[in-house]
Structures are given as C-alpha cells and as structure tokens.
Design a protein around this ligand. Structure first.
Ligand code: ATP
Length: 270
C-alpha cells in the first residue's frame, strides 16, 4: 500500500488483460475513468466536467468488481470499496459516518475510485416494495447523494456503483452529475468464454488434448466466476487422480464440467 498524505491506500493489481471479453465495455470505461484522470488538463481547457458516477449492472459473477479494479489500476487511482449491505447492517449513524469518511479519504488520496457494491441495498427506490428498514436506507442514500453533489468541487474522484437489480435503484441517483453513465455488464458469449478460459488457464500446465474453444462451446450460461471455478477444480481433479500429475487434461475439465450447473437461466441471458 502507498501512503498518500497520511491515508493508506491500495491501487489494485488487476489489469484489463485479466478480464476476458467485454472489449467495448472496457473501452468505454477507459475513456470514462482514465481520461479525466490522465488528461485532467485537457478537460479543464475545454471546460468539460468529467463524469462523477458510473453504474454497472448485470448478473453476479460477470466481473463488475473486477472491471472497477482494472479501471483503477489503469488510471493508477486509489481504490476504496464499500458494500451497500454492509453499510445497511451497521449501527445507527455508523454507515453514514463511514460513507462520509470514505469520501474524505478518497479526496486526500485522489485520484480515487470509490466502488460501491450492492448499491441497490441503500439506493433502493424510495417508497418501493422493499420491506427493509426504509429510514436506514433513506439516510444512507441522502448521505451518498450529498457526498456525490460535493464532488463538483473535488477533482479526481469517481464513484462506480454495482448492482444486480438496476430497476430497484432510486431515479434520484440517475440525475445529471450523479450516475450519468449506466453500463450493462452481460454474461459472457462464446468468444468471451474462450477468452476467460484463456485468462484463468494462463498459469496452468495444460495437456495437449485440452481445447479451450471446445470447452467454451460446452459452457453456455456459465459466468466468468463459474469458468474460473471450472479451471481451478479441473486442476484439483488432476491432482486428486495423481498427485504427481504434470498437466491438467481434457478429461479433468470434462469431469468438472459435468458436475457444475450454471446459476443463470436462459431467460436471464436473453
Ligand atoms: P457480484 O455481483 O457477485 O459482486 P461481479 O459481477 O462483481 O459479481 P466479480 O467479483 O468481478 O463479479 O467476478 C468474480 C470472479 O469471477 C473474479 O474473481 C474474476 O476473476 C472472475 N471473472 C468474472 N468475469 C470474468 C471475466 N470476464 N474475465 C476473467 N475473469 C472473470
């Protein structure tokens, strides 16, 4: 961790190459996140105000968190992570205090990215169908909105929020100057699955009979997280079969593939 003016922070190590597929999305994020930080002067020269918030939505395990980290890595920005569910479960007032102090720390360590996972837990539509404690989430949401409105003066802080339930998000968050950019992070298609398999087998010793393209074809509906599990488990199966194995072979992938069932359904993907 580097120390920036007394604040201990991490710049994530994940890079764009660690994410398979999603090439258009990576380009959009690159522009939205890296440019305002690396070309800050150009923005001021033209009098353009950079984005303050980006909302990433899509099914679990499809790299929303990893994209936010890779964006921070590329921009060499400090990364602060908050979880809506965690804030929600804190004692009265503690969640708001943590939100405020995170924005302060991000300000001191700028350029910074504040990643806000499970954003829908606190940014749920007011008066919506949630049976949770409305006053807790309302107070958290209004603190978040105040902090985001305050970013106008602060340079080099960007909020990336993630949710699996974009429809539950309060429209107040989508007003100009808050989450101006909304990006869908889809489950991987065939080509993306192949690329994800390449990423997660990069450091593995594979047998000559392993055909990652064929595995990609046989893993329809798998998320990136599930493909990562497939690769790791195939390695474990190989070791279980023979602790002195020198490579992971096609049959090891097949054994695991036959036992894994993707969590996503066809309807969710189409
Ligand atoms: P959640 O909504 O559950 O928080 P998420 O969309 O934020 O999930 P991540 O946490 O980024 O997903 O991904 C989970 C794991 O899956 C990561 O460890 C990552 O390595 C792997 N993964 C997911 N998508 C990809 C991808 N496109 N390329 C490589 N790895 C991936």
């Amino acid at each position: 961790p580097s120390i920036t003016r007394g604040v201990s922070v991490e710049i994530p190590k994940v890079s764009w190459e660690d994410i398979g597929g999603l090439n258009d999305l990576k380009k959009k994020l690159q522009q939205a996140v890296e440019w305002p930080i690396t070309h800050c002067a150009a923005f001021s020269r033209l009098g353009i105000s950079p984005l303050r918030g980006i909302l990433l939505h899509g099914p679990p395990g499809c790299s929303k968190t990893t994209l936010a980290k890779a964006a921070a890595h590329a921009a060499q920005a400090s990364f602060f992570s908050l979880s809506g569910a965690e804030l929600y479960s804190m004692y009265v007032g503690e969640g708001e205090a943590l939100l405020r102090s995170t924005f302060q720390r991000a300000h001191l360590a700028a350029p910074s990215i504040i990643f806000f996972d499970e954003a829908d837990v606190i940014a749920a539509r007011r008066g919506g169908s949630s049976n949770g404690n409305v006053s807790v989430s309302e107070r958290l949401l209004s603190t978040l909105l105040t902090e985001m409105d305050g970013l106008e003066q602060a340079k080099g802080i960007l909020v990336l929020a993630a949710t699996n339930r974009p429809h539950a998000i309060d429209p107040a968050l989508m007003r100009p100057g808050r989450f101006d950019l909304v990006l869908y992070v889809p489950p991987p298609d065939l080509e993306a699955r192949y690329e994800i398999l390449c990423v997660h087998t990069r450091k593995m010793k594979l047998g000559n009979d392993v055909d990652l393209r064929q595995i990609a074809e046989h893993t329809e509906l798998f998320t990136g997280a599930e493909l990562e599990v497939l690769c790791r488990e195939a390695g474990i199966v190989a070791l279980r079969e023979d602790i002195s194995a020198i490579a992971v072979c096609n049959r090891h992938f097949q054994i695991v593939n036959n036992s894994l069932k993707p969590a996503l359904t066809r309807e969710e993907v189409e």
